[in-house]
Design a binder for this molecule. Structure first.
Ligand code: C2E
Ligand code: MG
Ligand code: MG
Length: 716
């Protein structure tokens, strides 16, 4: 058929010569833009149009071809081909008005059907038809576009509301219908504020109408936080929203588009995350972060109200011991129980926080006098006099507390915390289970502690330690039969520091393991060197800390050092204090047995202070009991200490263990020990701990101390 780039014309003409003329006028030229079909009657023409189904652009009908006077040719043509343009040919101009009124697009009198007017009229109609087609295509495209946009807007998660300039709703998508809880039909035309009711979460005041605001500002208005949407049924949703003005093609504002979405879930999540970040996982108490925030607020408030704030820094006494011996699960439950008890002792406005580990901090806001904090502390002691029941265990725990008060002990959160901590540390030093108010002197102690820790780390790196050897003497023969290696720290600034001034800190910060390792190697190498040089050496003991005993490489470390230095194990003796051994007696037994297998000597240090039960003592495979030096005080025949010392000596004999008395300072003490047949003695009366070179001299001569002991013991 005809191609679409030519205009298709249908001619309905019964007169053959007229048809001929028209044919010639339209298609007679070369490259005619027209394709002409011709029918001879209206019926034929209508049938053809129906068959062509919209393919005809222009229908030209000669009214003379219509036989039936009652027929409505124009109406029939339009109904058969609604898009076609209709050109009517009549006898003269008088037919024109009627034809046009009936729907014809153009009229020509028969006399005008010639090569000039006809092509002009047809061209004009063809242009109109072209224009129609373009319009139709544009409308279709617009329609399709709208349909697509509608689908898109309805399927996205964001809710969208569009308003006109007055703020009345002209569009809303499906998500908006669901969120506001109102059907589109009911919302369209309503003022935005009637359908989209938003209020501020905190004040509950009606929030600014975002559409009108965007229109007024003629610019996008950003997200506003803390907005709640009150839905049609009264329920509430947290939302985030933004509004943007809409402009027409001239740039004038015609309305606004409001985009919003439900953030209830993410808000709940955010609230939960904040809670997690600010609370301790185990006890649910506020953590250090939240405490710092609350403390700063409390300080601000106390500053304005000229009142005071107290901080109680609390440490659970011997918690580590419970945790180590009964396991972490019991430890955790105990911490929860402690937390609950602390909370029960304070006002709802006070904050109980878990600082970490077994440390808790209580913030008492707006107290009138520092004594108020002491009242709370007393209350805590009372509450903790009752045991905690954890599973099958009945656990008695006490607290050490330090108190600092704003403004007297510090004007900011950090200083108050530090000072309460220093006071707590002091409470610990004073034997635990007590509370101490902060005093300026304590701070120097805390600062000193931090300083020692840093210096110790350096000391390990730079090898600032030295060992002194204190001889052990056989009381009966007066000969040196061993020595104890005792550590000294030569600090470049402070000079010689005694072990009791730094070992506690080394133990707390874990440096003790490295220090112990150094001592072991140093003693073994020194003894091996002396042995090589031909000295008649004897077993030398080293002191083992709790951390070393528990360390998983303790045994293998000893084996390795013995092997590497080549020292026969017999010459190495290890001293464990009674307290350390009793902390986990079963573990101690197995470690001691393994050590015995290696072949080293073993002794229990500071014996008499650690409440060992006899049943355990029998099972500890040790060679020597070292009576604690505190029992040497007032060692006259009828004193309590005399009774204890003689009992220990007798017990050692029964257990087939040697007994050594430490801290022998006088001839009287030595005489007492000799009378009671104590095996060995060690103390300043016999010899001070000596540097290695001086000790070597004693070994060579073997005369001086031994002789002097003989002389001293013989003379009594
Ligand atoms: P200890 O093991 O009971 O050592 C005996 C302590 O008594 C030593 O103190 C020694 O100098 C002191 N002493 C000796 N004779 C007398 C005396 O006649 N009178 C008095 N009052 N004291 C005397 P030192 O050297 O200050 O060591 C103290 C503690 O430090 C030791 O007690 C031991 O527990 C620990 N220690 C020392 N060196 C080391 C070490 O290398 N490693 C470990 N883990 N602990 C060590
Ligand atoms: Mg010792
Ligand atoms: Mg001792």
């Amino acid at each position: 058929m005809q191609s679409r780039n030519r205009t298709c014309v249908l001619l309905i003409e019964s007169n053959a010569s007229d048809a001929e003329r028209i044919w010639a006028a339209l298609t007679g030229v070369e490259d005619s833009p027209y394709h002409l079909d011709c029918t001879h009657s209206l019926d034929e023409g209508i049938a053809f149009l129906r068959q062509m189904d919209h393919a005809i652009d222009i229908v030209m009908v000669d009214l003379a071809s219509v036989k039936d006077a009652s027929a409505d040719p124009i109406g029939q043509i339009i109904s058969a081909s609604p898009h076609a343009r209709v050109l009517v040919v009549g006898e003269d101009e008088s037919y024109a008005p009627e034809a046009i009124s009936k729907g014809a697009h153009e009229f020509l009198a028969r006399s005008q059907i010639h090569t000039y007017w006809l092509p002009r009229a047809i061209r004009y109609l063809a242009q109109q038809r072209e224009h129609d087609l373009i319009m139709q295509a544009q409308q279709k495209a617009l329609h399709d576009e709208k349909a697509r946009a509608n689908v898109a807007l309805n399927s996205i998660g964001d809710a969208i509301l569009t308003t006109d300039l007055a703020g009345n709703i002209i569009y809303m998508n499906h998500a908006a219908e669901i969120l506001v809880g109102c059907a589109r039909e009911n919302a369209l035309g309503q003022p935005l504020s009637d359908v989209f009711k938003i209020i501020n979460r905190n004040t509950r005041v009606i929030a600014t109408n975002p559409a009108l605001y965007a229109i007024e500002k003629n610019s996008p208005v950003g997200l506003e936080s803390d907005v709640i949407l009150v839905r049609a049924d009264g329920s509430e949703l947290s939302i985030e929203k933004a509004a943007t003005p809409i402009h027409d093609s001239e740039g004038a504002v015609t309305g606004a588009i409001v985009v919003f979405h439900d953030v209830s879930e993410s808000r709940t999540l955010a609230v939960k995350m904040t809670h997690l970040a600010q609370h301790d996982f185990l006890t649910g108490l506020p953590n250090r972060m939240l405490l710092t925030e609350r403390l700063s607020q409390a300080i601000g408030l106390a500053y304005r109200n000229i009142s005071q704030v107290a901080l109680l820094f609390i440490d659970v006494d011997y918690f580590k011991h419970i945790n180590d011996s009964l396991g972490h699960a019991v430890g955790d439950e105990l911490l929860k129980s402690v937390a609950a008890r602390l909370v029960s002792c304070v006002r709802a406005t006070d904050t109980v926080c878990r600082q970490g580990g077994d440390e808790f901090v209580i913030l008492l806001t707006e107290i009138e006098r520092p004594q108020d904090a002491a009242v709370t502390a007393e209350k805590l002691f009372n509450a903790f006099s009752e045991p905690h029941y954890i599973g099958v265990h009945e656990l008695h725990v006490s607290l050490s507390m330090g108190i600092s008060v704003y403004p007297a002990d510090g004007e900011n959160a950090d200083v108050l915390m530090q000072n309460a901590d220093a006071a707590m540390y002091h409470a610990k030093l004073l034997g635990r289970n007590n509370f101490q108010f902060f005093k300026t002197e304590m701070n120097t102690r805390a600062v000193q502690r931090a300083f020692i820790e840093a210096s110790l780390r350096r000391a390990i790196k730079r090898q600032e330690f030295e060992l002194h050897y204190q001889p052990k003497v056989d009381i009966a023969s007066g000969t040196i039969i061993g020595a104890e290696a005792l550590i000294r720290w030569n600090d470049p600034q402070q000079g010689v520091i005694q072990p009791l001034d730094f070992l506690g800190i080394a133990e707390e910060c874990g440096l003790i393991v490295a220090i112990g390792g150094w001592v072991l190697r140093e003693v073994c190498s020194q003894l091996r060197a002396w042995l090589k040089e031909g000295y008649a050496i004897f077993p030398v003991s080293i002191n083992v800390s709790a951390a070393e005993l528990k360390h998983k490489y303790f045994l293998s470390g000893i084996n390795q050092v013995l092997q590497e230095t080549g020292l026969p194990p017999y010459y190495l003796e290890l001293e464990f204090t009674e307290t350390i051994l009793m902390r986990d007696a079963e573990l101690s037994i197995s470690v001691l047995e393994s050590l015995k297998d290696i072949g080293v000597q073993l002794s229990i240090d500071d014996f008499g202070t650690g409440y060992s039960s006899l049943s355990y003592l029998q099972r500890f495979p040790v060679d020597t009991l070292k009576i604690d030096k505190s029992f040497m005080r007032d060692l006259t025949n009828d004193s309590d200490n005399a009774t204890i010392v003689s009992a220990i000596i007798a017990m050692g004999r029964n257990l087939k263990q040697r007994v050594l008395a430490e801290g022998v300072e006088t001839a009287e003490q030595l005489a007492f020990l000799r009378t009671h047949r104590c095996n060995e003695a060690q103390g300043n009366y016999l010899s001070m701990p000596l540097p290695a070179d001086q000790f070597a001299k004693i070994m060579t001569s073997n005369m001086l101390p031994v002789l002097s002991v003989r002389q001293r013991t013989d003379s009594l």
